[in-house]
Design a protein around this ligand. Structure first.
Ligand code: SF4
Length: 353
């Protein structure tokens, strides 16, 4: 069990963020916000995939108008992503945002910030202060010194947070992101020490979904394993549902989320393998796509690790020469010829339904 770092609770619409609550997966819509129907469709898909909060870009007045219409059509709390404009922030709050994200790198005027705070207070919404390394103007080009970049992000965050606190606003979530995995880990460790607000974790960008999984898992996984992080976003180019799938994998692999669907364990195979494990596993995976409840199935190539994995699985097959041993809840139930293994597994799955 990972002990979460203690934070205060921040209410974001119907969602609560903080150490007393489950870690929430976030994502963003990837179409123009003015395309209301397309946004609503994407939000519904994200929600079905396990997303708890969705953020939308609102760069223009037309976007905040569209945002107001989208809020009416979905059941999930929405976050407005604000850059450069205090007006957009105020419009988004009045349009029904459950939270707005402000970037200290491009909203700097104290009077603007105080106007936003005042509006957020009146509407009882949350604000995420989202520092991005790339938005820090004080960085000199070619300035790659790790500690300087991390120091600047920390200074910018501290300055902003103090301004909010001075204005009597503490319904805050904090984030500091970089494209660099090590700097993102470093700055979040510092923020976790400095503040008791919930932390939103993510990299600014991690690439295409197939490339984003590893850096995201490394960065978010390292922090989450230390108990740091209350909401996460995997930033991958393309379909946002892919972001949610990666985020879920990260949380599941750390035991920070209960599985809601099937899990397939497959041995990596080696020279001891007695059957074509990969071919069998692919077929089993297809069978499992029809199930939408937690079940753990293991496909193992020999008896070295097979019985051990079977003990932790609901159903397992462990191959031997020309045959396979079938297990249910760790107990061996049958010996099946190799060519009948898939069929036998199907029968077991049916029994578990
Ligand atoms: S279970 Fe057996 S076949 Fe599979 S990787 Fe382990 S030793 Fe190799």
């Amino acid at each position: 069990m990972i002990a979460r770092r203690k934070t205060r609770t921040v209410q974001v619409g119907s969602v609560r963020l903080g150490s007393k609550h489950p870690i929430v997966i976030q994502s963003m819509t990837k179409v123009f916000t003015t395309r209301v129907a397309a946004c609503v469709q994407q939000i519904v898909r994200l929600q079905e995939a396990g997303c708890g909060l969705v953020r939308l870009a609102v760069p223009t007045r037309n976007d905040t108008r569209a945002f107001a219409r989208i809020v009416q059509q979905v059941s999930i709390p929405l976050v407005a992503d604000i850059h450069f404009s205090a007006e957009r922030a105020i419009e988004a709050i009045e349009a029904g945002a459950a939270k707005i994200r402000l970037n200290p790198g491009n909203i700097k005027d104290r009077r603007d910030i105080l106007r936003i705070i005042d509006c957020a207070k009146r509407h009882g919404i949350a604000i995420r202060i989202g520092v991005n390394e790339a938005s820090i103007r004080d960085l000199k080009s070619g300035d790659t010194a790790m500690d300087r970049r991390v120091r600047l992000m920390r200074t910018e965050m501290t300055r902003y947070v103090r301004l909010f606190e001075k204005a009597g606003f503490d319904n805050l979530v904090l984030s500091a992101k970089s494209a660099d995995t090590v700097r993102t880990i470093e700055i979040n460790r510092l923020l976790a020490k400095d503040f008791e607000y919930p932390l939103h974790l993510g990299l600014t960008h991690a690439g295409l979904p197939e490339d984003a999984a590893v850096p995201s898992a490394v960065t978010l996984g390292a922090l989450l394993a230390e108990g740091i992080g209350d909401t996460i976003r995997v930033s991958a180019a393309g379909d946002p549902v892919e972001e949610v799938k990666i985020a879920r994998q990260i949380l599941l692999s750390l035991g920070l989320q209960e599985p809601t669907g099937p899990q397939l364990i497959v041995c990596p195979t080696c020279g001891r393998c007695r059957i074509n494990v990969v071919a069998l596993a692919r077929k089993v995976k297809k069978e499992l796509t029809h199930l939408n409840r937690p079940i753990r199935v293991a496909v193992m190539g020999c008896v070295v690790n097979g019985p051990g994995e079977a003990a932790d699985a609901d159903i397992a097959v462990c191959a031997a020469e020309g045959k396979g041993f079938l297990y249910r809840q760790g107990v061996r139930t049958a010996i099946v010829p190799a060519e009948r293994l898939l069929e036998a597994l199907r029968d077991e799955l049916r029994r578990c339904r």
